[in-house]
Design a protein around this ligand. Structure first.
Ligand SMILES: Cc1cc2nc3c(=O)[nH]c(=O)nc-3n(C[C@H](O)[C@H](O)[C@H](O)COP(=O)(O)O)c2cc1C
Length: 225
């Protein structure tokens, strides 16, 4: 990605995080202020009076594609000595037949190179018991450390691919990368699930973490419907 494009993405991200205040939806490399034909019509910080009967008053906050909540997934990638773990929250189920899951990974990460090289990964669902490992795998790079050793997590053998899963996670979805989409700051890896392993206790609904704008929340076994 070019430097200019990278800066535009960074600017958008900062706006979406509310850390800087610039004209919403006017990217750094976007149209000049004077070009009225393409000037965005959205007004930032405009508080809209709720319609009669509506429960909430929404205001324009610039641009954000953030979902609430995001899952927390430990993605193992690479093989043998190269195997690594990256924490991702921009992940999701994408198709039911065949089963497909997606992970969005920044090209600057070590894991990105491993995903490109081996074209497979395991999407492991952690429980709240291993939050320290989740944090470590999301803040250190596999370029400079062995995250298996540092986190205390153990590799377990996959049934369908050569990339190992994570023994401490109750769910491991083994994926072969079928599509790679360069979206900008992140690359979307679409993986077909070719093997799924679950802890037998999974039916007991263990408490798993979710991520909402920089904070973790626990989703427990309470069933609402
Ligand atoms: C809760 C959480 C969620 C994260 N989600 C993502 C994500 O969806 N995509 C991504 O590229 N990085 C994400 N990160 C950051 C990476 O985990 C981090 O950059 C990591 O150090 C990269 O490791 P690597 O260089 O070994 O691949 C997340 C971090 C945390 C703590």
């Amino acid at each position: 990605m070019g430097k200019e494009r990278g800066q535009a993405y960074l600017a958008e991200r900062l706006v979406s995080c509310g850390r800087v205040r610039v004209r919403a939806s006017t990217p750094a490399t976007g149209p000049a202020e004077s070009d009225k034909s393409v000037r965005p019509t959205m007004k930032k910080d405009k508080c809209v009076r709720p319609r009669k009967g509506a429960a909430v008053a929404k205001e324009s906050v610039g641009l954000s594609g953030m979902m609430f909540p995001n899952p927390v997934v430990l993605v193992s990638c690479g093989q043998g000595e190269e195997a690594n773990i990256i924490t991702v929250s921009w992940a999701g189920t994408a198709c039911g037949d065949p089963w497909m899951v997606t992970v969005a990974v920044r090209s600057a990460t070590h894991s990105h190179g491993l995903l490109m090289k081996y074209r497979e990964f395991v999407a492991n669902v952690p429980t709240v018991k291993i939050m320290k490992a989740v944090e470590l795998c999301g803040s250190r790079s596999g370029r400079g450390c062995n995250k298996w050793q540092e986190s205390g997590l153990h590799a377990d053998e996959s049934v369908a691919i050569r990339t190992p899963g994570i023994a401490e996670c109750p769910v491991s979805m083994e994926c072969r990368v079928r599509h790679i989409l360069d979206l900008g700051l992140h690359t979307l890896f679409v993986g077909e699930v070719v093997g799924t392993r679950r802890d037998r206790e999974w039916q007991m609904a263990p408490t798993v973490p979710v991520y909402v704008e920089g904070r973790y929340y626990a989703v427990g076994p309470a069933v609402l419907g």
